[in-house]
Design a protein around this ligand. Structure first.
Ligand SMILES: Cc1cc2nc3c(=O)[nH]c(=O)nc-3n(C[C@H](O)[C@H](O)[C@H](O)COP(=O)(O)OP(=O)(O)OC[C@H]3O[C@@H](n4cnc5c(N)ncnc54)[C@H](O)[C@@H]3O)c2cc1C
Length: 295
């Protein structure tokens, strides 16, 4: 029996893939506020201000997309991502990297560059569907560890507690708003400093803040004001805030996912950073391979 502790994006992918590979699996989740329940689910192949493709994004996404699509048709919503120019220098920076970015370019115009291969995953929906598949395929579910071979997928709370030795983390709190903007009709994801994701019915997700020093849980007035200012940089239409959430991104070293073993403790799968949707299915497969090569 393998015990997977934590059922966010990491734990869900590890548990399902272990089960599909024929292992008996028990999930232990304490029902805490994991970041996967608040994540906007954005997939942006070229995120960040320097036009750098996300680390091994092509390889990771080739595994992730069929994994999500195989679980249900309404989970992943493919959408173009319009990266708006910040200024002339920004545009020149892009032009120097144009060739390297060709696989993701849909078009380039006066407004910005439109990436293909992006979209958003309904993260809470994914967790619900993953749990259903896990349980209906014979998986066990507990709220307290029972013992056995353990794989810790505890996200930022595990990093903050220091579950594993010598793991240096720079976890970052983030806040997101869901807003209603009647009649705007924006159909693509907009990105510049932050992002706006159209999720249907005049609703948009807007985010996100980054806060490294104050990780106390919960949304704040300051966070809300920052996200509202971001929204204002994309549109001056009237809006109504319908939801405001916060979570902590589990970030280790250079924002790359980490699979590690510690004697007497077990395995750790963590560090999905701000791109858990892209990396979780591949890191799940890596965990299966590592477990199966254990002596
Ligand atoms: C505001 C915000 C916006 C984000 N937006 C995006 C986005 O648009 N796209 C994207 O790809 N990523 C995004 N992310 C990042 C994404 O949320 C993370 O990469 C991902 O959710 C991390 O998943 P995880 O499974 O490692 O951790 P978590 O989702 O935190 O899951 C850990 C689970 O373990 C449980 N747990 C912890 N300790 C124990 C214990 N001792 N016993 C039992 N259970 C335990 C917790 O309750 C939780 O359920 C965002 C994050 C934040 C905070």
């Amino acid at each position: 029996m393998v015990e997977v502790i934590g059922f966010g994006l990491a734990g869900a992918c590890v548990a399902l893939q272990l089960q599909r590979a024929g292992h008996r699996v028990r999930v232990v989740d304490d029902g805490g506020e994991g970041s996967s329940r608040v994540a906007a689910g954005l997939v942006n192949p070229v995120a960040g201000k320097n036009f750098e493709p996300s680390w091994e994004v092509k390889e990771a996404w080739e595994i992730a997309l069929p994994f999500y699509e195989g679980l249900g048709s309404g989970l992943f919503h493919a959408l173009p991502v319009l990266r708006l120019w910040r200024d002339e220098k920004d545009r020149e920076k892009f032009e120097r990297k144009w060739e390297q970015l060709t696989p993701w370019i849909q078009k380039v115009d006066e407004e910005g560059v439109t990436w293909k291969g992006g979209g958003w995953l309904d993260c809470p929906g994914f967790l619900d569907v993953a749990r259903e598949e896990f349980l209906s395929s014979g998986g066990e579910w507990e709220t307290m560890p029972q013992g056995g071979r353990q794989i810790w997928c505890a996200g930022a709370s595990g990093l903050i507690r220091g579950d594993f030795n010598n793991v240096v983390h720079r976890s970052a709190k983030g806040e997101i708003l869901t807003v209603r903007i009647p009649g705007w009709g924006e159909k693509q994801i907009l990105n510049r400093n932050g992002w706006v994701i159209p999720i249907g019915n005049d609703l948009y997700r807007v985010g996100a803040t980054y806060e490294w020093d104050r990780l106390a849980s919960g949304p704040t007035e300051e966070g809300r004001a920052k996200v509202e200012a971001l929204l204002r940089s994309f549109t001056d239409r009237a809006y109504e805030v319908v939801d405001h959430v916060a979570g902590i991104r589990p970030i280790i070293e250079r924002s790359k996912p980490v699979v590690r073993f510690q004697e007497g403790k077990g395995w750790m799968v963590n560090g999905l950073g701000s791109k858990g949707v892209i990396y979780a299915p591949r890191v799940g497969l890596e965990m299966v391979a590592r477990l199966e090569s254990e002596v």
